[in-house]
Write a protein that binds this ligand. Structure first.
Ligand code: SAM
Length: 362
């Protein structure tokens, strides 16, 4: 059993290296051999009952250790983490001290899955919001499932640089600057008016609660300070603008109960990197509610569905798609990496009527 856990920690280390976090890779590699089955944390990880990969087990431990750094609860870890350079010996000793000194805290932290509210994904979603606004000429009411803390509900309040094009420039941070691939910048014309911001999550985080803010920050990687800064800036925007909610409900219930067609507005369902976590029954319940509401949509009360999701189990990238009613047309807008570090805008002129489109050729 622990050989499988060891393999999982090593695989996670390799993924962290690919995703640009040598520190988190080192933590995965150094922490595993320090796990002691006599401690609560060691016993829980080494005897993990679920699927370590699916449960993101190594990242749960990395999150717990980073939380001890961010809260200042373990000074030896603070001294071994950025901005200090990685020193494997010092890092290993600090992790060992944390595992002994904070066993109860780490064990408790392991109980919930990582929550990453990645606002860089707003850069993949904003051009779709503009497309909906141009297409309908109406304010857009956002309904987001799997919102986490709800920060991407403020996509219209961030500023962006898409190659040489900017949007929302002059605002304070966060400024999102994805690497551009493909046909160049997306169409950023038109006026976007947001009629409401409604989020949902099975385990929402509240940006107004200090503990939840710490949790959000702890899952970011300590050697990626730009992501931490972006998160803090987005939390500040959401706190200033306000007027949003993230309700604790399973996604299909939220869509059924909260997403209604309204005269003079476009009702929008939006989600990023959520679909893969939903059971098949939940996905099909959402799809049928959308089909049914789509059948009732008119140009005075339209409906849209904007997603940034992997289309298949093993896709190395996400696809940004927009489906809109009346008509039920599907536009494939872009593909991007799961953190939207790069975005490849596709030619929007054609559309596919299949949903979710699995047969897109790039
Ligand atoms: C990878 S996170 C993405 C968060 C956010 N959409 C983003 O892009 O930053 C996936 C989110 O889906 C939520 N989730 C998982 N299953 C859910 C369900 N059945 N209903 C609602 N939310 C769910 C998780 O709690 C988590 O916040």
């Amino acid at each position: 059993l622990s050989a499988a856990i060891a393999a999982h920690f090593e695989l996670q280390a390799q993924n962290c290296e690919t995703m640009g976090s040598p520190l988190t890779a080192a933590v995965c590699r150094l922490a595993f051999p320090l796990l002691d089955p006599q401690t609560q944390t060691g016993a829980r990880i080494l005897g993990w009952r679920g699927d370590p990969r699916g449960d993101a087990l190594a990242l749960r431990l990395c999150g717990a250790l980073h939380a001890l750094v961010l809260s200042g609860a373990e000074q030896r870890l603070v001294a071994a983490y950025p901005p200090n350079a990685i020193d494997s010996e010092r890092l290993s000793a600090a992790i060992a001290a944390a595992l002994v000194g904070h066993d109860g805290f780490i064990n408790h932290f392991l109980g919930t899955p990582p929550q990453t509210n990645e606002i860089a994904r707003s850069a993949a979603l904003l051009p779709g919001l503009l497309q909906i606004a141009r297409q309908t000429g109406l304010p857009v009411r956002l309904h987001e499932i799997g919102s986490s803390a709800g920060l991407n509900l403020f996509a219209d309040r961030f500023s962006y640089r898409f190659g040489s094009e900017t949007w929302g420039a002059g605002r304070s941070a966060p400024v999102l600057v994805p690497e551009m691939r493909g046909i160049g910048a997306p169409d950023l014309s038109g006026k976007l008016q947001i009629a409401g911001r409604h989020g949902n999550d099975i385990a929402p985080l509240d940006i107004h609660a200090e503990q939840d803010r710490l949790r959000l920050r702890s899952y970011l990687w300590a050697d990626q300070p730009e992501r931490l800064a972006r998160l803090d800036a987005a939390v500040a925007v959401a706190g200033d603008v306000g007027g949003f909610s993230v309700v604790a409900l399973s996604a299909e219930k939220f869509v059924d109960q909260h997403l209604q067609l309204r005269d003079g507005e476009c009702a929008l369902l939006m989600h990023s990197v959520v679909w893969q976590y939903l059971p098949a029954t939940v996905k099909s319940a959402i799809t049928s509610v959308m089909e049914q509401r789509g059948g009732e949509a008119t140009s005075a009360r339209p409906l849209a569905w904007l997603t940034m999701e992997g289309l298949g189990g093993v896709d190395p990238f996400a696809t940004v798609s927009l489906r809109s009613w009346p008509g039920g047309h599907t536009y494939v807008l872009a593909r991007c990496d799961f953190h939207a570090r790069w975005i490849e805008w596709l030619d929007w002129s054609g559309y596919s009527k299949s949903w979710l489109p699995r047969n897109v050729s790039y």
